[in-house]
Write a protein that binds this ligand. Sequence first.
Ligand SMILES: *[C@@H]1O[C@H](CO)[C@@H](O)[C@H](O)[C@H]1NC(C)=O
Ligand SMILES: *[C@@H]1O[C@H](CO)[C@@H](O)[C@H](O)[C@H]1NC(C)=O
Length: 171
Amino acid sequence: MSSSTALLVICSSLLLAGYVVGTDSKFNVTIVNDEPQTPIYCPLLDSCRFTHLACKYIAYLRKQPITRTYSTDLESAKRDLKSSNLDAVLHFNENFTDTFVAKMALGEDADTETLQSSQLKVWTVAEPADALRGYLQAAFDEFVEDIKKLCDLSERTDEFSFKDPIGYYSV
Ligand SMILES: *[C@@H]1O[C@H](CO)[C@@H](O)[C@H](O)[C@H]1NC(C)=O
Ligand SMILES: *[C@@H]1O[C@H](CO)[C@@H](O)[C@H](O)[C@H]1NC(C)=O
């Protein structure tokens, strides 16, 4: 095989891989973030400050192959699930940051309401695809890695809980 043929083979498999990723693994989601006074846009975490955590988690979601639209109305977003090309509605409740921090510190001792409010809630019509679950979890894992790094928690991770960050519900 000449080197130019080899190059052509490599290029076409890259193109094919790109094509498959581009078509098969894209999901459309609507995000409803009920945290008050949330900024319109948040960058990735750059300091150990527990404010607007929903907005900051969304920054990590932007790195995943997920097409996002935003809404302020959870009920109408859920209705759209049945009639559009929407795969899921992601909902952060108004107490997300406070309860996330409480759960982080309390772990198993956190009450049910705290555990509930600290979760990203994912609404779907049918069972969510494994790929979508994987992207949401990957974004969360990266978010938590940055929290541990920026807050110097890496040596003390046993003391903090980041369990069950996402709850799945069907409409
Ligand atoms: C996402 O939505 C767009 C526009 O509604 C649609 O063309 C596309 O097929 C949708 N993608 C998926 C994976 O459903
Ligand atoms: C958020 O916290 C406030 C104050 O504790 C409480 O009244 C409210 O019901 C909580 N909201 C949700 C959605 O749990």
